[in-house]
Design a protein around this ligand. Structure first.
Ligand code: NAP
Length: 822
């Protein structure tokens, strides 16, 4: 028996749930399994927001109806027709209960922990029912199981403690009588009176571990969105790699210091019953991930991994009156414990003259006040000084079980930091020598982690392969598109950012200070410290990705092409030039041939089309090839991020729509004809299509929606068109380029699809979602297209263009990092 647990990120969209269903379908073939699920991605946060709103007497109904709507959509998409009515009615039942509970909370103006647990439990009860139904539709005999029947806890709502004996007893009895694949709600449980409780945030991992331990499972597989536990935070260390094995203790240490891949309580039942945990990636199913078990063969590896917490505060209590006085530490930590302040690290000099400890910055004021007041008498007598606080620090933990058998590890760590000129503010080492922890300035965190990582892992073959990545520069790296690119390139398998440049306003400053960063992931550590170069600087990188403002892009990009660089541009300046490919890799890869007639010695320019054009042309391409397009009418509703930084002012756009985007309509009309044009004798003959575009700016953050009507040259049917879209594949898919989506076009049959919030991230923002195909009384057909404007429409689209150009060796000086053939 295996237990497979899927987290919310694995269940965030239709495509991801489909993916999970496929994983489960192939797992059942190998033997019995049980499934544990979290709520659909984002639902627990939404339920927390609704309970906060209800408890504060505010409106919560809109949030609840959005969550309800989302589950109905998933049901309509994933559940078979003969079951959908029953599932929808069951979902309705849960929402009715939820409505009553929240109404009660809003009347009393309080959402107690007990009420909150009941509210949160709805997320898992919904997702598990939906997944069980989706599995049945795929032919797997699956049943929904509410874990409140199995997992028994005390009444500590919000973070309940499990009664192991009763739980194990119930689990074994339940599974002895249920032979279908059980889809069990993670995270939720019940106390001895049957009141709903929860196991703490991340508690679904724990549920899976409890089932695994009770049933003596072969392993517990935690399916998440990363390739297992990494040797270091990949945002800090570009060449961090996934660890194939780890011991329970090592994982515990790494999680304590920031590597939050598994919810820590999960380790207790699995370790006690020797059940291995395997951490796997739903988005990379072929990868084996990390196996966590009792004893791990060291293979001579001294250090297993490095983890870090990027923001901590250090407090130091010192004074002559502490020397030789028993009970000081007890009073210090007693007062912190009474305030529930958790301590990340402790260090005491053997002279007993000082004790320092690290806490989360949110507790620092409280900790300082409590400790000062605890030692008020000693302070008055001059025996102990007031607590000294240092903030903006980071803790780095170097972890490995084999460290205790090998002398000199600490020496190597501190030697490396010394040679980088980095100052260590505090050190702690447990007597087990499983972990050496040190505190450095936050500014030095990335450099310190990289230096230690290099010192212990530099010879690994993975690093050698990473070292072969193509040095890449990003121009306009501080802008809306540029920072998307920087974020995407943090762990790009082929390209490594070595230079960034932007306007004179930013040049000369560290990237971290120059950029107004608004991506959800932090700035990649390896790039944060790069100095922003002026755009007239010479670049070492051969590959130049440009996200420059069109005001300046033309001349600068041409200069780099002339000096032998391959330039991939997002700006409009070179798009319509006869010898410049206006490339959508899935649509017109043959246009790369134009580079042969460019006048640059060894360099080249490729351009990425306008962001609305890309979504539109992706949808048009299969129709044009199969039936010929005669006329196209398109009305766009374009997101704010398409306006660059600082964007559109709030006064213009809130409660409003702006029916004008300078130059956009002309770009869509002319670019579409060029991209769909035929390459004949080294020149492009534009497609003979009449196109009319009307463009509007709307208050959506990301994702352009386009309402399109088309007139075809030969007859077609709705079914034929959908089949063409769904089957559309091209060179990037055949070459398996790193940024290529598996399905470039997704047709979504729901009446209300596509929508920016729901569909822009399909296939990591690279799929174009189309919906509402129907006949048109004026033209032949009409439909709605949605694409992510800064991913497919700009940053990631241009990465895909660069990957195709590199794979096809369009410039001699850049070789693809692996052997590729179409
Ligand atoms: P943005 O946010 O305004 O960023 C512009 C970038 O250009 C910034 O890095 C800026 O540097 C730099 N820059 C401005 N003036 C400069 C100068 N005089 N010298 C050197 N660098 C200068 O614009 P964006 O939205 O990222 O768009 C970038 C390009 O992509 C534009 O050509 C745009 O038309 C195109 N595009 C955008 C989208 C989209 O959805 N946003 C889609 C497709 C194509 P500082 O930060 O230092 O000022």
């Amino acid at each position: 028996m295996k237990i497979l647990k899927f987290g919310g990120s694995s269940l965030a969209t239709f495509e991801r749930v489909h993916n999970v269903v496929e994983i489960i379908e192939s797992a059942v073939v190998d033997g019995p399994i049980a499934i544990v699920v979290s709520a659909l991605g984002g639902v627990t946060d939404d339920l927390i927001a609704a309970s906060d709103a209800a408890g504060g007497g505010d409106q919560y109904r809109d949030e609840i109806s959005a969550i309800r709507e989302r589950h109905f959509m998933v049901a309509n998409e994933l559940v078979s027709a003969d079951e959908v009515e029953r599932i929808v009615s069951s979902i309705d039942g849960i929402f009715e209960e939820l409505g009553k509970v929240l109404h009660g909370a809003s009347l009393v103006g309080e959402c107690t922990p007990r009420t909150r647990d009941t509210v949160l439990s709805c997320g898992e009860r919904l997702s598990a029912q939906l997944l069980a139904a989706a599995l049945r539709r795929g032919g797997v005999a699956a049943e929904f199981c509410d874990a409140r029947r199995l997992v028994v806890t005390d009444g500590a709502f919000g973070n309940a403690r499990v009664d192991m004996e009763t739980t194990f007893d119930r689990v074994t009895k339940y599974f002895a009588g249920h032979h279908a694949t059980q889809v069990v709600t993670g995270f939720i449980a019940a106390d001895e009176h049957g009141e709903t409780t929860t196991l703490g945030r991340g508690g679904s991992d724990y549920t899976a571990a409890l089932l695994g331990a009770a049933l003596g499972a072969d392993c517990v597989e935690i399916w998440t969105d990363v390739d297992g536990v990494m040797s270091a935070d990949p945002r800090l260390v570009a060449n961090a790699f996934s660890l194939p094995v780890l011991s329970y203790d090592e994982l515990m240490e790494m999680s304590h210091f920031g590597a939050k891949v598994v919810y820590p309580p999960t380790l207790h039942p699995t370790r006690t019953h020797s059940i291995p945990i395997v951490i796997r990636n739903t988005f990379n199913t072929g990868f084996e991930g990390t196996r966590v078990m009792e004893k791990v063969n060291g293979n001579g590896q001294q250090v297993r991994g490095i983890s870090s917490i990027d923001d901590v505060a250090l407090l130091r209590l010192e004074g002559d009156g502490m020397i030789g006085v028993p009970g000081i530490a007890q009073r210090l930590f007693g007062v912190l414990a009474r305030r529930n302040i958790s301590i990340i690290l402790i260090s005491q000099a053997s002279s007993e003259h000082s004790i320092c400890f690290a806490v989360d910055p949110s507790s620092v004021d409280d900790a300082q006040q409590q400790v000062d007041s605890e030692f008020e008498l000693e302070r008055g007598a001059g025996l102990i000084d007031p607590v000294v606080v240092e903030t903006r620090l980071s803790v780095i933990a170097v972890v490995g079980e084999a460290m205790c058998q090998i002398p000199g590890i600490a020496g190597k760590v501190f030697g490396v930091l010394g040679s980088c000129g980095l100052n260590v503010r505090a050190i702690a080492q447990g007597s087990s020598e499983l972990n050496i922890s040190l505190v450095v300035s936050r500014r030095d965190q990335a450099t310190a982690v990289m230096a230690i990582h290099d010192a212990f892992f530099a010879k690994s073959s993975r690093i050698e392969s990473v070292r072969q990545r193509i040095p890449t520069a990003v121009l306009g790296a501080t802008g809306s598109v540029g920072q998307r690119m920087v974020s995407l390139l943090a762990d790009h398998p082929w390209f490594e950012v070595v230079e960034v440049s932007a306007s004179p306003r930013s040049a000369g400053r560290p990237y971290r200070d120059a950029v107004r960063w608004f991506q959800s992931a932090p700035i990649p550590g390896s790039i944060a410290e790069l100095e922003v170069l002026p755009v007239d600087a010479d670049l070492d990188a051969r590959l130049v990705l440009s996200a420059l403002d069109a005001e300046v892009a033309g001349e600068i990009e041409e200069r780099f092409a002339r000096t032998g660089h391959l330039v991939v541009s997002n700006a409009k300046n070179h798009r319509m030039r006869d010898n410049v490919p206006l490339l959508i890799p899935e649509v017109n890869p043959d246009h790369l041939e134009l580079i042969g007639s460019q006048p640059y010695d060894g360099g080249a320019i490729i351009t990425n089309p306008n962001c609305s054009t890309i979504g539109l042309v992706m949808a048009l391409k299969p129709l044009h090839d199969a039936f010929g397009l005669e006329a196209v009418n398109v009305v766009t509703m374009q997101a704010l991020s398409g306006a660059g930084l600082p964007g559109v002012s709030s006064i213009e756009i809130i409660d409003n729509l702006v029916p004008f985007i300078d130059g956009e309509e002309e770009k869509i009309e002319s670019e579409t004809r060029k991209i769909l044009g035929r390459l004949e004798q080294g020149r492009i003959t534009e497609a003979d299509i009449r196109i009319s575009a009307q463009c509007n700016r709307v208050a959506v953050l990301d994702g352009h929606t386009e309402c399109v009507s088309v007139k075809l040259r030969t007859p077609a049917t709705v079914d034929q068109i959908i089949e063409l879209w769904e089957g559309f594949r091209a060179s990037p898919q055949r070459l398996e380029l790193p940024s290529a989506p598996t399905r470039p076009i997704i047709y979504d049959r729901a009446d209300t699809s596509p929508q920016p919030r729901l569909h822009r991230d399909a296939e990591s923002g690279m799929a174009v979602t189309i919906g509402r195909l129907r006949t048109c009384p004026l033209f032949d057909f009409k439909f709605v297209v949605l694409s992510h404007n800064t991913l497919r429409g700009a940053a990631k689209g241009s990465l895909l263009a660069a990957e195709l150009a590199v794979a096809q060796r369009v410039v001699k000086s850049i070789e693809p990092p692996q052997n590729i053939t179409d």
